[in-house]
Ligand binder design. Structure first.
Ligand SMILES: Cc1ncc(COP(=O)(O)O)c(C=O)c1O
Length: 401
């Protein structure tokens, strides 16, 4: 039982003016600089000889800045992460029955990209503490049909890339050689792994610059980073009707106005990540003595961006009690928590049917235990303290019920 003083915590904090959502609609912060960058890019684009597109200025400048930031040799701007993942999967030329290993605790973009490219999704478990793809489970699921491993840097923390790359190397495909490892860093722009930024590891990494993400390019946008020049060329060509390589392609381009804003947002990224981290670390302190919840873990070789602040309730609180906590947080305290994410085969029929017979017990359990408590770089310490106190009190109520 928590001491009475902690249960009274909430009384000390005033209710936030804003309703905090588990995944706020604008993940970064926009200022006058973004507005000025957008307006000047629009002025430039208003010249009939210039226009908005064709991957001209300042799109290459944004790509170079993104490559420099992540330490990858190449960065290719696209219109969002979903098409970026589609392009990455198409690059593999999957044959029917070719398998790609994807975590079940996931957003739907990665498994849908595998399906879209004609491959077979093979679900794998995540580590129950970090929510990252579990290398041991991946290794168990490799078959002679496995072509790739597609880890998601889940909720802002880097996946265990070296372990996954070793497995990919140790279990080559009989025709194509070492398995491709492609990272989905939609939620992890700015995250670090073993002292380096996420971006250059594996065959490639796909980032989202969607409105909710760590930084955004006017609501939609994405970036693919890689050290592999063939893959970079393929992406550059495919994003615009395959002109460069005279291959199949489509239109997945970014506009010059988005890139101009992206350049400004990228300069602020580390500040946003630091703000999220400071709030998360303070919140860890405020919640650390509550035995019914596990707080997000940051392994010593990684730097979490805390895109989402993901909490797990203890096993015997899975399901109903977890849902009750979310309900009380909303109805009594005005704090909207979300479940990001239950296993994909539970949320989408198309994926359920595609992966018949593949249901994972650990993922099922984690899907009933996790929930995400709002965090955002613009959140005040006072709001953070209110949220921690509200969660503390909610857990006390749940315990007593
Ligand atoms: C893990 C993950 N992957 C991919 C995506 C797709 O990103 P986008 O909206 O840029 O297509 C998202 C978006 O929410 C995501 O959370």
């Amino acid at each position: 039982m928590l001491p009475v003083k902690e249960r009274k915590n909430i009384l000390k904090h005033s209710r936030p003016k804003d309703t905090w959502e588990g995944e706020p609609k604008l993940g970064g912060v926009y200022g006058e600089e973004e507005i000025e960058a957008a307006v000047s890019a629009m002025r430039r684009a208003s010249d009939i000889h210039q226009g908005f597109g064709f991957s001209g200025y300042p799109i290459p400048e944004f790509e170079d800045a993104f490559a420099d930031y992540t330490g990858a040799a190449h960065a290719v701007a696209v219109n969002s992460a979903g098409p970026g993942l589609d392009m990455a999967m198409k690059y593999l030329n999957l044959l029917p029955g070719d398998e790609v290993i994807v975590q079940a605790i996931n957003f739907v973009a990665a498994p849908l990209a595998v399906m879209g490219a004609g491959g077979q999704v093979v679900w794998a478990e995540v580590d129950a503490k970090t929510l990252q793809l579990d290398p041991e489970d991946v290794e168990r699921r490799i078959t002679p049909r496995t072509r790739a491993i597609l880890p998601v840097h889940m909720n802002g923390l880097a996946a265990p890339m070296d372990d996954l790359l070793k497995i990919a190397h140790d279990h080559p495909h009989p025709v194509h050689g070492p398995l491709a490892v492609l990272g989905d860093a939609a939620r992890a722009t700015g995250a670090e792994y073993k002292g380096a930024k996420i971006g250059p590891q594996g065959l490639g990494t796909v980032f989202s610059l969607h409105t909710m993400k760590n930084i955004c390019t006017l609501g939609e946008g994405g970036m693919i980073t890689t050290n592999d020049s063939r893959f970079a060329e393929y992406c550059r060509s495919t994003r615009f009707y395959g002109f460069l390589a005279d291959t199949w392609g489509t239109s997945n381009v970014m506009t010059s106005v988005q890139a101009a804003v992206g350049l400004v947002q990228l300069k602020k990224l580390d500040t946003f990540v630091e703000a999220r981290r400071r709030l998360a670390l303070n919140r860890h302190q405020m919640l650390r003595d509550i035995p019914e919840i596990e707080l997000p873990i940051e392994p010593s070789d990684r730097k979490h961006t805390y895109y989402l602040y993901t909490v797990l309730v203890k096993k015997d609180w899975a399901g109903e009690k977890r849902d009750k906590i979310i309900e009380i947080m909303d109805k009594k305290y005005g704090i909207k928590c979300i479940v990001a994410n239950p296993p994909c085969y539970q949320t989408r029929k198309v994926l359920r049917q595609h992966t018949k017979g593949q249901r994972l017990s650990r993922s099922n359990q984690i899907g009933k235990r996790l929930f995400c408590v709002p965090i955002h770089p613009a959140m005040s310490d006072e709001d953070n303290a209110y949220i921690a106190a509200a969660l503390t009190e909610t857990i006390c109520k749940t315990r007593a019920s």
